[in-house]
Design a protein around this ligand. Structure first.
Ligand code: SF4
Length: 464
């Protein structure tokens, strides 16, 4: 492990203290796909505020996210907003409501933004058949023309995706796929209620490449029931054979109070903190040895991938879709629970597909909560983003960029002092750097700057 982290950041000596990682790793912290974290947004932020947000959007480029909430079967570990259904009429209602939502947001924006990124997530976007996928893509194109060279990606569940759907997606202009794998071990798959073979995954990836898709991502998950280091290494063997351009390695977040279906897992069958850490360490070691670069948090990419270049050039960014090279763009999001981010203001739709569709059918937007940031929020958001993307931050330059902010940092200083003593950060004047040891705990290192989390630290999954 020592060697692997040195490879990630060669300029500093490193060392892993398991007890320390276990201690920090067990502490719940937000994921920081937004700042403030979504559980601190206001429910009084609704229709009026959402309209105002879109109306004053300015002329920045935009990334589009469309949430397709339907799934064929429930995976027991699932933390997504989804609905298991076979109802064709509900899918039809969803597609009609989505067209209404695209129309309504497009009409509010002062000008048509340049669309630089599109992502279909879920749920299972390939729940939609080829005709429905074409209808959805055409509906988006008609309101928000895609820029040539757009990054157009889609999440794929290999067990419910056909070669024909991949061909349709290629014809529609999609050029990136993200394959949900989690674990190829049959016993783990059975326990999590998600069966998919290596073969069907391989066929879809090969077809995607043959059709000119420029990037293939594979999602893996550690911390699932029955996982062992030895068996998970076999999954990594198989993933290595597929040679995806990117790999996301997520930790399973066990929150049965929020996701009731996760209650089917008994605590004793889940890997404990030490086993989770062993799974994570051995996986990182393996991925780095296989030529992947640890881009940040849970993302890895092959040398030469644009994420790796962006990180080296300081242009890496992070939004709800994960790490991205699309710097300084707004996010316009559609579908149940989707989150738009317009100049730092967050707008979230109703979670349930029925509520979301009803609001749109009644001529409204589907916004039910959001957050308009203060200047202090913007400064702290930029700070946390820099820590995640550049692994260092200069407080003075942020103070110049956001005058009057980041003034009283006594509480932060106390927490940072502890992190520094434990070797997770180093400080020189106003400059804070994350050490190789701290790289596994980015969320933990960011948390001291989160004034909302300081006031209310509930509702988050452990850091590792
Ligand atoms: S396919 Fe994805 S969204 Fe659907 S239940 Fe499984 S993990 Fe959840």
């Amino acid at each position: 492990m020592e060697a692997t982290l040195q490879k990630a950041r060669t300029e500093e000596p490193t060392g892993i203290d398991h007890a320390l990682l276990e201690r920090y790793g067990a502490i719940p912290v937000p994921r920081y796909t937004s700042y403030p974290p979504a559980n601190h947004w206001e429910s009084k932020f609704g229709e009026l505020e959402a309209r105002e947000t879109f109306r004053t959007a300015g002329s920045r480029a935009a990334s589009l996210y469309v949430h397709v909430p339907f799934c064929r079967k429930l995976c027991y570990y699932c933390g997504c907003n989804m609905l298991v259904t076979r109802s064709e009429s509900l899918v039809e209602r969803y597609l009609r409501a989505l067209e209404l939502e695209l129309d309504r947001v497009a009409a509010l924006l002062p000008s048509r933004p340049e669309i630089v990124q599109l992502h279909l997530g879920g749920g299972t976007p390939t729940y939609l058949d080829p005709d429905q996928l074409a209808r959805l893509a055409d509906a988006i194109q008609a309101r928000f023309p895609w820029k040539p060279g757009i990054e157009a990606s889609i999440e794929i569940h290999p067990a419910v995706t056909s070669v024909q759907q991949i061909r349709t997606l290629a014809r529609l202009g999609f050029n990136r796929v993200s394959m949900g794998v989690q674990d190829f071990d049959p016993a783990v798959q059975k326990r999590i209620n998600r069966k998919q073979s290596f073969e069907e995954t391989r066929i879809l990836i090969e077809e995607s490449r043959a059709l000119g898709f420029v990037s293939v991502n594979v999602d893996l998950m550690y911390g699932l029931p029955l996982q062992t280091v030895e068996h998970f290494q076999r999954t990594l063997d198989r993933v290595e054979q597929l040679r995806p351009d990117r790999i996301a390695l997520f930790g399973y977040a066990h929150v049965p109070t929020m996701k009731k279906h996760q209650g089917v897992f008994e605590t004793r069958e889940l890997p404990g903190p030490a086993d989770r850490l062993a799974l994570l360490e051995s996986s990182i070691e393996r991925l780095l040895a296989a030529g992947y670069v640890h881009v940040g948090l849970d993302h890895f990419a092959l040398e030469g991938d644009e994420l790796v270049r962006a990180r080296a050039e300081g242009t890496l960014r992070r939004n709800f879709m994960g790490y991205t090279t699309c710097s300084d763009s707004d996010v316009l999001a559609f579908g149940p629970s989707a989150i738009s981010e317009v100049r730092g203001t967050y707008v979230q739709n109703a979670r349930e597909v029925h509520d979301w569709a009803k609001m749109l059918e009644e001529g409204r937007l589907a916004a039910v909560r959001g957050h308009r940031p203060s200047t202090e929020d913007l400064a702290r958001s930029a700070l946390i983003m820099q820590l995640f993307c550049s692994l260092e931050v200069d407080l003075e330059s942020l103070r110049r960029r956001f005058p009057g902010t980041l003034q009283d940092l006594r509480a932060e200083e106390r927490d940072l002092g502890g992190l520094e003593r434990d070797g997770l950060v180093s400080r020189k004047g106003a400059r804070i750097r994350i050490t190789p040891r701290g790289q596994l705990l980015l969320r933990t290192v960011a948390a001291p700057f989160d004034t909302y989390h300081r006031a209310d630290a509930r509702l988050h999954a452990p850091a590792l």
